[in-house]
Design a protein around this ligand. Structure first.
Ligand code: GUN
Length: 299
């Protein structure tokens, strides 16, 4: 039987575990607070921001929802970031990407106070992750680590194959998987758009993480019998005149072969959102100096 990994349920359990820490901080007079900045009319970004805001409010985390006009200058965005960096009532801060083309997202990320960078995108936080002492693990790879741990999947000694080398998922995912400690110690291969004979590599995976952003790139023929398949893709495609959401994995053929698989939606997505709550609570504890007794989610 193939195990369909229930990201919604594991995310709900994660939020439950976090609620005590949020309450401890609020009782001690420091309500964790996340500021989100949106500078794009992109409907998907609007949806993501709304979900992040709702998640926070449901858990008792305060929010600041800052919107900048798409035509605003890069300087206006930087000034907004500077103000939020200085604002002691803001613990975590993120600027939703994409930003308009004329704004360099790298400069945006570098402008963030790394102590408030709950996405874990700032070069200082990436550097710490690679060096092996992360401050905030990026939410998607951290959520995947947590999901694997909650499903009882041991990464140590496994051959993990990651498809994709993005700053947000592929690179940090590979680092976490081959890093020392729980949720790591895997032998890790990273594949990307220049990889020759992708299927030959993916068939060697005990754990396969598909994060290429290519709809249904991976089908059942590319998966080793019994492998754990983690699908990071969220792709909107048109099929027979209908809009459909598909992952980077062709679910139906993959589930015939895989030992366990994450669905889209309801797999990685909810875990990403849950780990943003974790990082924001962690930021509040660090910034306030209040020991919130954070649950041991940092696999
Ligand atoms: N755009 C797509 N995913 C993300 C994310 O995780 N964080 C931010 N800031 N922007 C995104």
């Amino acid at each position: 039987m193939t195990d369909i990994i229930d990201g919604d349920a594991i995310a709900a359990a994660t939020r439950d575990e976090l609620s005590g820490a949020v309450e401890t901080l609020a009782d001690a007079g420091h309500r964790p607070t996340l500021a989100t900045v949106l500078m794009s009319p992109d409907p998907a970004s609007e949806t993501y921001i709304a979900m992040k805001q709702d998640d926070c409010e449901e858990l008792g985390i305060g929010t600041r929802d800052i919107r900048l006009d798409t035509d605003a200058s890069a300087e206006a965005l930087f000034e907004t970031i500077d103000e939020l960096n200085e604002d002691d009532s803001v613990d975590g801060l993120l600027v939703q990407s994409p930003v308009p083309d004329r704004v360099d997202y790298r400069e945006v990320v570098e402008r963030l106070d790394p102590r408030k960078d709950v996405d874990g995108f700032h070069p200082e936080n990436i550097g710490r992750l690679v060096a092996g002492y992360p401050r905030y693990k990026p939410c998607t790879p951290h959520g995947i680590q947590r999901m694997l741990a909650a499903t009882g999947i041991d990464t140590a000694g496994a051959h993990a194959v990651v498809i994709g080398r993005s700053r947000i998922v592929g690179k940090p995912m590979a680092n976490l998987l081959f890093g020392r400690g729980p949720g790591g110690n895997a032998t890790t291969t990273v594949c990307h758009s220049h990889t020759d004979d992708l299927a030959a590599k993916t068939r060697q995976a005990d754990i396969l993480v598909a994060a290429a952003g290519v709809p249904e790139l991976v089908d059942g023929s590319m998966i080793q019998e019994g492998a754990v398949v983690v699908d990071v893709g969220i792709n909107r495609v048109q099929r027979e005149g209908e809009s459909e959401l598909v992952g980077d994995v062709e679910f139906e053929s993959a589930r015939e072969v895989a030992g366990a698989i994450t669905p889209v939606p309801g797999g990685v997505g909810p875990m990403t959102r849950a780990m943003l709550l974790y990082n924001t609570t962690k930021a509040a504890s660090r910034q306030s100096g209040i020991d919130a007794d954070l649950p041991a989610l940092d696999v």
